[in-house]
Design a binder for this molecule. Structure first.
Ligand SMILES: Cc1cc2nc3c(=O)[nH]c(=O)nc-3n(C[C@H](O)[C@H](O)[C@H](O)COP(=O)(O)OP(=O)(O)OC[C@H]3O[C@@H](n4cnc5c(N)ncnc54)[C@H](O)[C@@H]3O)c2cc1C
Length: 375
């Protein structure tokens, strides 16, 4: 996602871009995500003609309940300005991003970057063990296990966050009623979030459980999920009953600890920048990873649009890191607070969680409402 968004934006501002992808084809996972106001603003800045509203359906605040049905936080009307939070299927998001690549982007799939070379007097180069490619700017958007980051910022490592998660999109025709609200239910070490994707588009859900990912087959994992979440308030039971093992996307929740010291590495007339999960992967509890990646991309595109290779580009990349590192560090901090909330167990911890949640949630639901791209 981050790579597609950045390639499209850079090409629109006049760069000739080579997009390298390890897989044989660029394909979206069969899941969805929430675009918070900051993410929507970033996408609008990246591609004003993207038609983002057509793929995103407004996200109602369904509040937070306990597994016994009691409200922890009642649904509230939307406050704040700017675009409303919305949910979109990744397939639709990828389609718009791919459509926005334009003619200045050459895509090379089946190219797994394993080597990066930088130096004060040379343009940066990346290679896959057979071919080296030289450029003025290398954008490393290769996800949490980024090879580039591991070589340039070895102080930052991908570690387990202590959770497993499961996602699925249940098609509308398998569901009995019109699901329009969605919502969140929070148990001791368990969380279930459901998000309607708009009329006829089905419902997206994410289940999170403290502990390691399960080694069992998808069918057994689905049985376990139905057991763990049995008796939880509607629509949890119906969604899990309508999910098939083939719909299930299991995942180990991981994060970068610590974040890289810097997101930019100068090299000759330009350099390398880290972007998206490669720079700041975090648990999904606030649903901000992709939104921040789009912010990164919009920031980089704005800063480099008028920065020719040489001191101007080197300075622009330094500014990118100076803006993006503190910004993402602060969201990571809030995400870790939410990790503690989800992980709370034991009577006292749960009582403290319930009391705190009412105050924390509005801020957590919109940790970055006022972000806008640099001029
Ligand atoms: C359960 C869950 C729910 C989430 N919900 C939300 C949400 O609601 N809102 C939100 O904003 N975010 C959400 N996120 C976070 C979001 O999914 C990630 O932050 C986002 O996918 C990161 O995108 P990326 O492009 O940086 O990395 P990735 O999606 O990991 O993409 C990396 C790309 O690089 C390629 N690649 C990797 N290594 C190499 C290599 N060596 N050479 C060439 N190519 C390579 C990969 O094949 C891949 O295509 C959620 C995450 C999870 C797990």
């Amino acid at each position: 996602m981050a790579g597609l968004a950045t390639a499209g934006a850079l090409s629109r501002s006049g760069w000739r871009v080579t997009l390298l992808e390890r897989a044989e084809r660029v394909a979206a996972p069969p899941t969805a995500l929430v675009l918070w106001p900051n993410g929507r603003r970033a996408l609008e800045a990246l591609d004003p003609a993207g038609g983002w509203s057509s793929i995103a359906s407004p996200l109602p605040d369904g509040g937070v309940r306990r597994p016994d049905g009691q409200w922890l936080v009642t649904p509230r009307g939307r406050t704040g300005s700017g675009p409303a939070p919305a949910a979109a299927r990744l397939e639709d998001l990828y389609d718009v991003l791919i459509a926005g690549l334009g003619d200045n982007v050459q895509m090379r799939t089946g190219f797994a970057v394993t080597t990066i070379r930088t130096g004060p007097d040379r343009r940066p180069e990346v290679g896959d063990g057979h071919t080296m490619i030289e450029a003025d700017l290398v954008v490393a958007a290769d996800g949490i296990d980024s090879h580039v980051r591991r070589q340039l910022a070895p102080e930052s490592a991908a570690v387990s966050s202590g959770f497993a998660d499961w996602q699925a999109v249940v098609p509308a025709h398998r569901l009995s009623s019109g699901h329009t609200t969605g919502g969140e239910t929070l148990g001791a070490g368990y969380r279930f979030v459901s998000i309607p994707l708009g009329p006829g588009r089905g419902v997206y859900w994410v289940a999170t459980a403290a502990g390691a990912p399960r080694p069992e087959s998808p069918a057994t994992q689905l049985t376990l999920l139905r057991r763990w979440f049995a008796g939880w308030p509607d629509p949890v039971g119906e969604l899990l009953a309508a999910t098939t093992p083939a719909d299930l996307v299991p995942h180990e929740v991981r994060e970068l600890r610590p974040l890289p010291r810097t997101f930019d590495f100068p090299s000759g007339p330009g350099g390398v920048v880290l972007l998206g999960d490669a720079a700041h992967a975090m648990p999904h509890h606030l649903g901000q990873g992709a939104c921040l990646a789009f912010e990164d991309a919009a920031t980089l595109a704005a800063l480099t649009s008028d920065a020719p290779p040489g001191p101007g580009l080197v300075a622009a990349l330094e500014t990118y890191s100076r803006l993006r590192r503190p910004r993402t560090t602060s969201v990571v901090r809030q995400t870790r607070r939410m990790s503690a909330v989800v992980q709370a167990r034991g009577r006292l911890a749960l009582r403290a969680r319930d009391a705190a949640l009412n105050h924390m949630r509005p801020r957590m639901m919109a940790p970055t409402p006022d972000w806008s791209p640099p001029n």
